[in-house]
Design a protein around this ligand. Structure first.
Ligand code: G6P
Length: 366
């Protein structure tokens, strides 16, 4: 079927707006009515898995970094995450109780496919999280977990990212169950947080006007820093990647606590610093890092929930108010501001949002 922009100016904005719908679709495929997790055949039993190795490129790699938090914290499973182009030349040892998991929107990325082939015959099982179930990566996996995002046209990945996160969180919950490390109440809480995503994500899309105003400011900058701690660190990386991909502004994502070990030297009144910080356990730490840049006249844009903005919004350059959600799903929700800030910055700069220079949707060469 022909895909059109459905009234949007760009595929990217259409795909950002579709997220509540496609995430609901993905949830419908993996969660049964009674809240049980249903994986496609042949399934996997994580009771037989001691270690998880995740490999991907680009945005899919950042989805893996978020999943590492979930697998470690919820399923208490040791996790390695690697960029595909670095993985196989190191020839990492893979004990046979290792599961290797490959995340790829297209399922055709050459580096990711090569990494998968390196693992064949070594890892105990080969899993993939893909958007294209007929892809090479899917065909060569023991278990394929489709993300059900629908065709993604914009070169900069958006809805595939949030759907990858959704499926990876479900998989981490399944691992926690199989390994007997999660009680029924905690499990039910996480499932209900997952089920709530489509509606909070629709609400989060309401930040668009604010993101447009912030994007206009960011479009004047030469360098932009994105900061996050814990679960929000991968989001800072993704926010910076989105921005450089489509607006061509130099951006770096940093772990808030690493700021003082280098990037703070960049900070002056011309540098916007986007801080991704829901009011979670680590909030106070992030805020103290944020104050360090404010003391150096950095222009902080704080993205947080009502409580976070109330506690720390004063003196910032701008704030973006997000819905309050359970901590576990905030990485999925905060994909929205990462995407919209990049989108509106690119619009303000007049760049080609859907077809950024030098980039390809799927990179099938090494
Ligand atoms: C390209 C795209 C990125 C994408 C990466 C990995 O660089 O421009 O948006 O994240 O490839 O693609 P994959 O299809 O493997 O997820």
């Amino acid at each position: 079927a022909r895909i059109d922009k459905g009234g949007h100016k760009h595929f990217m904005s259409k795909e950002i707006a579709e997220q509540p719908t496609v995430i609901a679709q993905a949830l419908g495929h993996y969660l049964s009515g009674d809240g049980a997790i249903a994986l496609p055949e042949p399934g996997i039993d994580f009771a037989g898995v001691d270690r998880l190795t995740m490999v991907a490129c680009g945005t899919a790699y950042y989805a893996c970094l978020s999943a590492k938090h979930w697998f470690e914290q919820i399923a208490r499973m040791p996790v390695d995450v690697d960029v595909a182009s670095e993985f196989r030349y190191r020839e990492p040892p893979l004990p046979d109780r290792t599961a290797a998991l490959f995340v790829s929107q297209s399922g055709e990325t050459a580096d990711t496919l090569a990494a998968l082939r390196f693992c064949q015959g070594k890892a105990g099982s080969i899993l993939s999280v893909v958007n294209v179930p007929e892809s090479s990566i899917a065909r060569e996996s023991d278990l394929v977990l489709p993300i059900h995002a629908g065709v993604e046209v914009g070169v900069a990945s958006t809805k595939a990212y949030s759907c990858q996160l959704t499926v990876l969180l479900i998989l981490a919950l399944k691992a926690a169950q199989d390994r007997g490390v999660i009680g029924p109440d905690e499990f039910a809480d996480h499932v209900s947080a997952l089920r709530g995503i489509p509606s909070v994500m629709s609400e989060a899309l309401g930040i668009a006007d604010n993101a447009r105003r912030m994007g206009e400011k960011i479009s004047q900058a030469r360098d932009v820093l994105f900061l996050g701690r814990g679960q929000m660190f991968p989001l800072a990386l993704e926010g910076a990647l989105k921005l450089k991909e489509i607006s061509y502004i130099h951006a770096e994502g940093y772990a808030s606590g690493e700021l003082k070990h280098g990037p703070i030297a960049l900070v002056d009144q011309n540098v916007p610093i986007v801080v991704m910080a829901p009011r979670d356990r680590l909030f106070d730490k992030t805020v103290s890092n944020m104050q360090e840049v404010m003391a150096r006249k950095g222009k902080v844009i704080l993205i947080s929930d009502a409580r976070g903005i109330e506690e720390a919004g004063e003196g910032t350059f701008g704030t973006i108010l997000m819905p309050t959600v359970q901590e576990v799903v905030s990485p999925i929700l905060y994909a929205v501001p990462a995407q919209l800030l990049a989108y509106y910055t690119a619009i303000a700069k007049g760049t080609d949002v859907d077809q950024p220079r030098n980039l390809a949707k799927s990179v099938t060469v090494e």
